[in-house]
Design a protein around this ligand. Structure first.
Ligand SMILES: NC(=O)c1ccc[n+]([C@@H]2O[C@H](COP(=O)([O-])OP(=O)(O)OC[C@H]3O[C@@H](n4cnc5c(N)ncnc54)[C@H](OP(=O)(O)O)[C@@H]3O)[C@@H](O)[C@H]2O)c1
Length: 355
């Protein structure tokens, strides 16, 4: 079997990192792959960890998504088979990060492009619902451009669009996890559910789409593994960890929603429209994580088997639960630096939350 070369953007981040991990975790007899991991800074601890842990499969590529030509021209035409595209909200528009790169990829002979976008109310509705949230409608514009580019050049390349909902990983231990809870409390009714997905699952679907284009070509799907009210999340968190779901003062959540318009618009969307991913359909395709599974298998929160099935009040009274185990995501051969980079704050753009 010929080796497939896959370029992964955002390789040192949550989605790209999870995609690489899923690609590396494929069965031993799966078709061979070579991963080009794009980073602006190959000497960063996270990039170095990636490269040194898997030198035979992962190759660091220094580059910036806003200047894509050098990324492709450094390699023979047609030598990159698939690309995973992740964009970030910020000063440079997401269209600027993705559209020239997609065009350069197609001109270079890339056969399959997997775009990470965001769900905007369901698989069909998302095509016609840009929303008024900047980092949603910029992704919508990229989606339309990608689809049109493929229509204009039939047979040249195929695409898949993955549309994740809010990341479970927003609840990483630390201030941003507390702020995430506070913003939900400040903006959503106690009965309104928020759809959630783990970064691990985004990587799982991305790896599937990148390595099986025939099955995934022309599909645009929402990715979600659970949907919860804040109260349900609090109850499940307490049952699994024996602790209270981290949350800071609600007024701080309100303040952030007011100060950062795009984040305020997004939480208004959560309350008024909501994501519309088909959780059951995704679960039938691949083993997605719900909140509790993510807490045990993928989060950095501690959990204790001893409390499984016990009442929240008993958990609350347990000051020092015995036999507590670490429930860390398993990133074999990776070190703390990479682990931390996977869980870094989601407030990573000048515009606010990269949700
Ligand atoms: N958080 C949520 O709930 C949520 C939900 C749905 C969608 N999303 C979307 O997910 C996206 C963020 O994904 P993520 O959380 O995986 O991001 P992330 O963890 O912040 O990682 C992004 C990576 O992209 C790389 N990068 C940044 N600018 C770059 C550039 N100009 N050129 C090349 N590489 C660049 C960085 O790596 P280097 O520093 O190594 O270059 C960084 O590690 C956003 O668009 C957000 O809207 C988020």
């Amino acid at each position: 079997m010929a080796t497939q070369t896959i370029l992964v953007l955002g390789a040192t981040g949550k989605q790209g990192g999870a995609t690489i991990k899923s690609l590396l975790d494929r069965p031993k007899d799966a078709s061979p792959i070579h991963i080009l991991a794009l980073t602006r800074n190959p000497s960063s601890p996270a990039a170095q960890t990636l490269a040194t842990a898997h030198p035979d499969v992962v190759e660091l590529v220094q580059g910036d998504s806003t200047t894509p030509e050098p990324i492709f021209s450094a390699r023979p035409k047609g030598s990159i088979h698939a690309v995973y595209v992740v964009t970030l909200p910020g000063k440079v528009s997401e269209e600027t990060q993705a559209i020239p790169l997609i065009e350069a990829a197609v001109a270079h002979g890339v056969q399959h492009i997997v775009l990470s976008s965001v769900d905007r109310g369901g698989d069909e509705k998302s095509w016609t619902n840009p929303t008024k949230i900047k980092h949603f409608y910029e992704k919508h514009n990229i989606e339309l451009h990608l689809r049109e580019l493929a229509r204009a050049q039939p047979g040249k390349f195929t695409w898949t669009i993955l549309r994740p909902v809010a990341f479970l990983d927003n609840w990483a231990p630390g201030m941003m996890g507390k702020m995430f809870s506070a913003m939900i409390a400040a903006s959503m009714k106690p009965t309104t559910k928020l759809q959630l997905v783990s970064a691990r699952d985004i990587g799982m679907f991305a790896a599937a789409a990148l390595t099986d284009p025939e099955r995934w070509a022309g599909r645009a799907v929402g990715l979600a593994g659970d949907e919860l009210t804040l109260g349900e999340a609090q109850e499940k968190f307490e049952r699994v960890t024996g602790q209270t779901l981290p949350q800071t003062w609600t007024f701080l959540g309100s303040l952030l929603l007011w100060m950062v318009a795009d984040v305020g618009n997004m939480f208004a969307f959560f309350e008024e429209e909501g994501y519309g991913a088909d959780i059951e359909a995704r679960r039938r395709e691949l083993p997605t994580q719900d909140f509790e599974t993510w807490l045990r298998e993928g989060s950095q929160f501690e959990y204790s088997d001893i409390f499984l099935g016990s009442s929240p009040s008993r958990n609350r009274n347990a000051a020092h639960p015995p036999a507590r185990r670490k429930a860390r995501a398993k990133y074999p051969n990776t070190d703390t630096a990479f682990q931390q980079s996977q869980n870094k704050l989601v407030l990573n753009s000048p515009d606010g939350l990269a949700v």
